[in-house]
Design a protein around this ligand. Structure first.
Ligand SMILES: Nc1ncnc2c1ncn2[C@@H]1O[C@H](COP(=O)(O)OP(=O)(O)OP(=O)(O)O)[C@@H](O)[C@H]1O
Ligand SMILES: [Mg+2]
Length: 381
């Protein structure tokens, strides 16, 4: 990031210059990298001034010493030598330092790393320079925070677009495997019936009856697909009615042992919340159908002190949530990510509990704020 470079240049310029043969002042901006398997985030060199090439590629743990102390206290920590510091002594350029300060790179409660300025001179940096640098580093931290927020927003948007694309691809696949093939088979059957009409009317009639049944089946498949696309009832009658209808369809069409207590949410519920809750329930039920075959599924939706609480529990084999989370990115599955993403869009919280042998329980909590109604916000002409 350019601001880190500019900040370090200003920082190094203001440090007392040492004796020529001892080298120039040094500036290092360290920022947190991705979590290691133990959950700890190492610090990487994000920008530097006066470091040699090997130093510029170092990674430090930040688990002890001056860096840890700086990050925990949130205040600049001055130092005179680094020989006893496990992290800082790794930088050969810092081993020559006689004077230095480690600043937290922090905005509000969010800590992004640390900034180190050091000089081989035994003369201390001026108070004015230290104050100036503190203000400069705080500005850099705000810029850093903005950049991260922007990046998170983009990542979130990309995930939603990806989720929609995969839903479309699934629909295309389902249409292809189901109704499209049935229609082709039906066309062939009708050709056959045309031939039979002259030869054997009784058999033709029988074939016609079977063709009629096939048409009914395709109709049912299509209605099912339409429902996953956009449950009309959700928009017209609200969440509880849509859930009731969903239960009926799963039980009657697909023989799923599901029981839904849909609560009492009509069309007054924010459509975004209704759509999200429905989609999360649908995803959790799909998982139960897929991974807990034929096990009973219980869905309960209710209001609990200003919160909508939705629970999908199955009596299936359960699974090891830690193991699934650990290799999630390499799995290529999207179900859980979709649920989490959707929950976040309405400030909801999603919790998945499962133990092998004891079924799975997905809980979604969405705060029901008293938002101003749409009509009040957009006055009608
Ligand atoms: N109700 C459940 N019972 C047992 N195992 C489950 C259940 N829900 C999820 N899992 C496990 O968690 C894994 C991740 O679920 P997820 O929904 O993300 O992926 P998927 O269902 O395998 O694929 P996709 O949803 O993308 O079609 C599943 O592969 C399965 O092993
Ligand atoms: Mg799934």
């Amino acid at each position: 990031m350019q601001i880190l470079e500019v900040m370090l240049q200003a920082g190094v310029n203001g440090m007392p210059q040492g004796r020529f043969d001892l080298g120039a002042p040094v500036g290092i901006a360290l920022t947190f990298g991705d979590s290691a398997p133990d959950g700890h985030k190492p610090l990487l060199v994000a920008a530097s001034r006066g470091l040699d090439r090997t130093d510029a590629q170092r990674t430090v743990a930040g688990k002890s010493g001056i860096i840890k102390h700086t990050i925990e206290s949130g205040d600049p920590v001055p130092f005179t030598k680094v020989s006893n510091d496990a992290d800082l002594s790794q930088f050969s350029s810092l081993r020559r330092a006689h004077n230095g300060v480690c600043y937290p790179l922090q905005s509000g409660l969010d800590v992004y790393g640390a900034v180190i300025l050091a000089s081989p001179s035994s003369q201390k940096p001026s108070e004015q320079h230290l104050r100036l640098m503190r203000a400069f580093i705080n500005q850099a931290a705000i810029a850093f925070q903005n950049a991260q927020l922007y990046q998170n927003l983009r990542a979130e948007r990309d995930r939603i677009i990806e989720a929609e694309a995969s839903a479309r691809a699934k629909l295309a696949r389902d249409l292809h495997d189901g109704p499209t093939q049935s229609m082709a088979a039906l066309a062939m059957r009708l050709d056959f019936i045309r031939l039979l009409m002259d030869r054997d009317q009784a058999q033709a009639r029988q074939e016609l009856e079977q063709a009629r049944e096939a048409v009914m089946r395709v109709g049912k498949d299509l209605r099912g697909l339409l429902f996953t696309l956009r449950p009309l009832t959700l928009e017209t009658q609200g969440l509880s009615a849509a859930l009731k209808q969903y239960e009926q369809r799963l039980r009657e069409n697909d023989g799923v042992p599901i029981e839904i207590q849909p609560g009492n949410f009509g069309s007054e519920l924010d459509p975004n919340i209704a759509g999200t809750v429905f989609a999360v329930i649908e995803e959790a039920v799909n998982n139960a159908r897929k991974h807990a075959r034929n096990a009973a599924i219980h869905v309960n939706v209710q209001q609990q002190s200003g919160t909508l609480l939705a629970v999908v529990a199955d009596e299936g084999p359960g699974f090891d949530t830690n193991a699934v989370n650990a290799n999630y990115t390499s799995r290529g599955s999207l179900g859980m990510v979709n649920m989490r993403d959707r929950a976040r869009l309405v400030d909801g919280q999603l919790n998945i509990e499962s133990t092998p042998g004891h079924g799975t329980r997905v809980t979604l909590r969405v705060p029901l704020k008293n938002r101003p109604s749409g009509a009040a916000q957009t006055p009608r002409p």
